[in-house]
Design a protein around this ligand. Structure first.
Ligand code: AP5
Length: 231
C-alpha cells in the first residue's frame, strides 16, 4: 500500500495540489443510507459520486450486452462478476472530474475488488455505516425511486409531497426489482459473507472511520462531515 494512503491527501499535498482533494469509499450493508449520504457529500464537496449500483443500473437500462449480463445478478441480489464491474468503473474513473477526488459508493464489495482498487488509487478514508438487520429491511422495503431522475424516497421516513410521485418531475415512483423480500435476504447474506471482511482489511490500513447510521439523514450527515477533513 502506498504510504500516503494513511494520511488525508498526503500525495496531493506533496505534489502541491489543493488540500480539498478527497478520495473516499462508503462501505456498508444494503439500505444503510450510503447513497443518501453520498449524494449529499458529493454535492457539498464538488466531487463525483461514483456508485457502481447506479452505473450498473444505467448499463442495464441502456440494454447493452454488458447490461443484459449484469441484470440477472442484480435482480437476484447477487454480486455482478468483478471483471464486468471493473470495466464499467474504469471508464468512469478515467473521466477528468474524478481527478479532483471521488466518492465511491458500493465499490469495493469483496477482497478481490479492494486489492484491484489499491492498484488504481490511494484512498483518504473509508467510512463504514451500520444498522441492525431489521432496520435495513424496513428501509429497503419502503424505498421508492424515480425512474427518470433517480431521486430516492421512503414511504414513511422520506415520503414525496404527493403520494407515489417524484417531487422533482412528477413521474410515478417505482420499487427497485432487488428491493423485493427474497432479493433483500440474498443481498444481506452476500454482504455478510463477501463485503464485511473489508472492514478488517481497511481497519488494518488505518483508513476505517465507523459512522453510526441511525437517526435522521441530517444527523448522519453531521457525523460524516466530522469524520472527514474540512473542505
Ligand atoms: P447498490 O445500488 O450499490 O445497492 P446497495 O449497496 O445494496 O445499497 P442500496 O442502494 O440498496 O442502499 P443504500 O445504502 O445506498 O441506501 P439508501 O441511501 O438508498 O447495488 C445494487 C446491486 O448492484 C448489487 O446487489 C449488485 O448486484 C450490483 N453491484 C453494485 N456494485 C457492485 C460491485 N462493486 N460488485 C459487484 N456487484 C455490484 O437508503 C435506503 C432507504 O432508506 C431509502 O428509502 C432512503 O430514503 C432511506 N434512508 C436513508 N437514510 C435514512 C435515514 N437516516 N433515516 C431514515 N431513512 C433513511
Amino acid at each position: 500500500m502506498p504510504r500516503d494512503a494513511r494520511s488525508f491527501g498526503g500525495r496531493y499535498r506533496a505534489a502541491g495540489l489543493p488540500r480539498r482533494v478527497l478520495r473516499v469509499v462508503f462501505l456498508g450493508p444494503p439500505g444503510v443510507g450510503k447513497g443518501t449520504q453520498a449524494s449529499r457529500l458529493a454535492t457539498e464537496r464538488g466531487i463525483p459520486h461514483l456508485s457502481t449500483g447506479d452505473l450498473l443500473r444505467a448499463t442495464v437500462a441502456a440494454g447493452t450486452p454488458l447490461g443484459r449480463e449484469a441484470e440477472g445478478y442484480m435482480r437476484a441480489g447477487q454480486l455482478v462478476p468483478d471483471d464486468l464491474v471493473l470495466r464499467i468503473l474504469a471508464g468512469r474513473f478515467a473521466e477528468p472530474d474524478a481527478r479532483a477526488g471521488f466518492l465511491l459508493d458500493g465499490f469495493p464489495r469483496n477482497l478481490a475488488q479492494a486489492s484491484r482498487l489499491e492498484t488504481m488509487t490511494a484512498l483518504d478514508a473509508v467510512l463504514s455505516f451500520d444498522l441492525p438487520a431489521e432496520v435495513l429491511v424496513a428501509r429497503l422495503s419502503g424505498r421508492r425511486v424515480c425512474p427518470v431522475c433517480h431521486s430516492v424516497y421512503h414511504i414513511t421516513d422520506h415520503p414525496p409531497k404527493v403520494a407515489g410521485r417524484c417531487d422533482r418531475d412528477g413521474v410515478e415512483l417505482v420499487q427497485r426489482p432487488d428491493d423485493r423480500p427474497e432479493a433483500i435476504a440474498t443481498r444481506l447474506a452476500v454482504y455478510a459473507e463477501q463485503t464485511a471482511p473489508l472492514l478488517d482489511y481497511y481497519r488494518a490500513r488505518g483508513l476505517l472511520r465507523p459512522i453510526a447510521a441511525d437517526g435522521s439523514p441530517d444527523e448522519v450527515a453531521a457525523r460524516v462531515r466530522a469524520a472527514l477533513p474540512p473542505p
